[in-house]
Design a protein around this ligand. Structure first.
Ligand SMILES: *[C@@H]1O[C@H](CO)[C@@H](O)[C@H](O)[C@H]1NC(C)=O
Ligand SMILES: *[C@@H]1O[C@H](CO)[C@@H](O)[C@H](O)[C@H]1NC(C)=O
Ligand SMILES: *[C@@H]1O[C@H](CO)[C@@H](O)[C@H](O)[C@H]1NC(C)=O
Ligand SMILES: *[C@@H]1O[C@H](CO)[C@@H](O)[C@H](O)[C@H]1NC(C)=O
Length: 379
């Protein structure tokens, strides 16, 4: 180290020593408390209850045509009755404890497979960042099962555990995280919510590959007249008059042995929908007496119908993607996104780019608004 650099460091050190007590003096205890609260200290519980494993229902194999079903449908039928799985990771204090959960305005509940580390990372620093908007708290939770077997499974579990240590934002249960187990994941979450976060105002329930404009969401929810979360709300991309896919090679294939009706009750696309805690509680209550159906969003539609509630369509939800009119315009022009609520599907780099663009207070959009209005009815 040259004498000059040493001198600089000494001066710097002295200045810091002088400033520290000054900072402590001028900042009130409340301010300092606020400062230290920027990263909330949340107790993370790692639980393992091996006794709780649900047994396969062997009689499912007696279902007619069982041996013709794809493996994942057979698995679904074998474990369809299972509604309780041991929790591997929990954050019981995510909402400040059940009693304080009314202080959380919007809870972001993101379905994420253990494999999607990169998506979780980018969400944490973009739209799912825990923060206040207009003075209202936004909190985040990822919900996950397990993937793989043996070493792979323990490696992925270890990864989630590391993430949990750093961020305290994962709920994980010991079931196979697969497409046909998404309903199970959804209901396990609602059960957790009833216990640990019952009075949260609103929830965004969605996938980890959507772009969600959470600031807009808070503003939309804040402007709802007479609903502070204690009344019905279920809004998203409305799907009506659709039925189960009967084409065997499809990822969404549903044999008549699982669901015999030709149509589903109205529901909102599972990529992202908004609901009040009241409606979440109703869905959970209804689910207790409705047999699981593998398509999670359609299943929620069944629960709503049973309760006599309807989902509503909100134009800001584009879970089928956004159709931008001409090749001449830039598909990633942030002005197309700044008024939306949820758009499917974004890669992590696109997410990072877009969030930074739309959060930029100097963004100027002018005529784009009318373009947006013109194409809202496209899909
Ligand atoms: C399923 O079939 C087997 C014989 O194939 C029979 O022993 C068993 O009782 C059946 N189970 C149910 C629940 O029908
Ligand atoms: C078994 O599948 C065939 C078509 O693959 C269908 O025609 C038949 O009705 C099914 N059997 C039952 C009992 O559902
Ligand atoms: C759902 O999870 C259970 C428990 O891990 C598993 O046995 C079952 O095969 C899974 N179902 C599907 C359809 O993946
Ligand atoms: C759901 O059921 C529980 C227990 O039965 C009840 O306390 C609660 O009020 C119900 N929630 C709603 C919104 O109906």
């Amino acid at each position: 180290m040259t004498p000059n650099r040493l001198k600089t460091r000494l001066i710097f050190g002295t200045v810091c020593l002088l400033i520290y007590p000054f900072w402590r003096c001028i900042s009130t205890p409340a301010e300092r408390f606020k400062f230290s609260q920027q990263k909330p200290q949340i107790r993370t519980k790692i639980i393992f209850q091996p006794g709780l494993k649900c047994q396969q229902n062997k009689a499912a194999a007696n279902t007619s045509n069982f041996s013709d079903f794809p493996q994942h449908i057979q698995n679904f039928l074998y474990y369809r009755h299972c509604r309780h799985f041991p929790m591997l990771l929990d954050v019981p204090d995510k909402c400040g404890g059940a009693g304080k959960s009314a202080d959380v305005f919007l809870l972001l509940v993101v379905k994420s497979s253990p494999l999607n580390y990169d998506r979780r990372e980018v969400l944490r620093k973009t739209w799912a960042m825990e923060r206040q908007h207009n003075g209202l708290w936004i909190r985040r939770i990822f919900i996950s099962g397990t993937t793989g077997e043996g070493h792979e499974k323990s490696r992925m579990n270890k990864l989630l555990e590391l993430e949990q240590r750093e961020y305290s934002d994962i709920l994980q249960w010991d079931f196979t995280d697969s497409f046909y187990n998404l309903t199970l994941k959804q209901i396990l979450f609602l059960e957790w919510m009833e216990r640990s976060c019952p009075d949260v105002r609103f929830l965004l329930n969605g996938d980890d590959d959507v772009f969600a404009h959470t600031d807009n969401m808070v503003e939309y929810l804040q402007n709802l007249k007479g609903n502070d979360g204690s009344k019905h709300l279920f809004a998203g991309y409305l799907i009506q008059g659709h039925g189960p896919v009967r084409w065997k090679p499809s990822k969404y294939y549903i044999p008549v042995e699982i669901y015999k009706e030709d149509s589903y009750f109205p529901y909102c696309g599972g990529g992202g929908f908004l609901l009040s805690s009241y409606t979440a509680s109703v869905i959970y209550n209804m689910s207790r007496s409705i047999t699981f159906h593998p398509i999670d969003d359609a299943y929620i539609g069944m629960c709503l119908t049973k309760a006599g509630l309807s989902p509503i369509s909100h134009i800001g939800f584009r879970t089928l993607g956004l159709k931008i009119p001409s090749d001449k315009v830039n598909t990633y022009d942030p002005c197309y996104y700044k008024d939306l609520l949820v758009v499917h599907r974004f890669l992590p780099a696109e997410m990072y780019f877009m969030w930074n663009k739309i959060s930029d207070p100097t963004l100027k959009c002018g005529s784009h608004r009318s373009l947006y209005a013109e194409y809202t009815e496209e899909i």
